[in-house]
Design a protein around this ligand. Structure first.
Ligand code: PAF
Length: 286
């Protein structure tokens, strides 16, 4: 496994490979990330993982400076998972100039859905994600030969949706593959933020997924009053001490609110437990 901190030697190296399978991460890796690497390894080509905590996707009151940085442990996990290349750029490697005008030049126009759901509570978050993903794509794929594939988890459903829409809009020749959410045995979706939970909060945390599963069961039983289901779910979480941001029943293809005659659904939820904001979703068809 080769580690690069600079983009130029990385792209020189990748110009000698046929096919690049890219897994962007912010580090603090868990089983969910390793699943992405496993999927990346199942295709021919070189598996590249990036570790970069992107300042642009954190709000002023969010956890950018405290975000866990565990590079040594991450490298050990990636080595045993069989990654070929790890890219750990500095902030200036990604954003040579972090001034407002310069980052504005890098940004991509996103559809209005970027300001709904998680985007409503986290203004600028998806703009920051799209900016860094576009930049990483440029640096990783610039000289690559053969197939260009990038992997994202379905837990971040809205992120995946927006990245797909960016790739389509910019007509990038990159195949975006999604990987199912990895869960703990009690159903909690794996996330770097689970490490922030106290013991009591950790015991409570699977209730978010249970709530989404309850909505799924109700819809499969024939319930079509989606607003009522969303409201009851939020109330039930709040009654247990959560601060629900949203519970939303949507059509997975367009991410618009589901209709009474919808067949495919994604139910998305975001809620704070203590100081930790958790997100999850469940997809199903009637
Ligand atoms: O999902 C993540 O870990 C991040 O949002 C990503 C895609 C690596 C961009 O910083």
């Amino acid at each position: 496994m080769i580690v690069f901190e600079q983009a130029q030697p990385l792209s020189n190296y990748l110009s000698q490979q046929v096919g690049v399978n890219f897994v962007p991460t912010m580090g603090n890796l868990h089983q969910g990330h390793l699943k992405l690497v496993e999927e990346a390894k199942s295709l021919p080509g070189c598996v590249v993982v990036s570790i970069f905590v992107n300042p642009l996707q954190f709000g002023p009151k969010e956890d950018f400076s405290n975000y866990p940085r565990t590079v040594e442990a991450d490298l050990a996990l990636l080595k045993s998972a069989g990654a070929d290349v790890v890219f750990i750029p500095s902030i200036t490697e990604i954003y040579p100039d972090l001034s407002l005008e310069k980052t504005a030049e890098l940004t991509v126009a996103l559809p209005p859905i970027a300001n709904e759901l998680c985007g409503k509570n986290r203004p600028g978050h998806f703009q920051g994600v799209a900016t860094v993903v576009k930049r990483l794509f440029e640096l990783v794929f610039v000289n690559s030969q053969g197939s260009q594939v990038a992997f994202f988890g379905r837990k971040d459903f809205q992120q995946l949706f927006l990245i797909r829409s960016m790739v389509k809009q910019l007509q990038l020749p990159i195949d975006i593959r999604s990987v199912n959410t990895c869960r703990e045995p009690d159903g909690l979706a794996m996330s770097s933020r689970n490490g922030y939970l106290s013991k009591i909060e950790r015991n409570e945390a699977p209730y978010l997924y249970q709530t989404l599963k309850h909505i799924q069961a109700k819809i499969l039983e024939g319930s079509t009053d989606f607003s009522q289901l969303e409201m009851e779910a939020s109330q039930s979480l709040n009654a247990r001490g959560w601060h629900t941001d949203y519970i939303s029943i949507r059509d997975p293809k367009r991410l618009m609110p589901a209709k009474t005659d919808s067949i495919d659904f994604v139910v998305l939820g975001a809620a704070k437990l203590g100081a930790t904001r958790l997100i999850d979703n469940i997809e199903f068809s009637k």
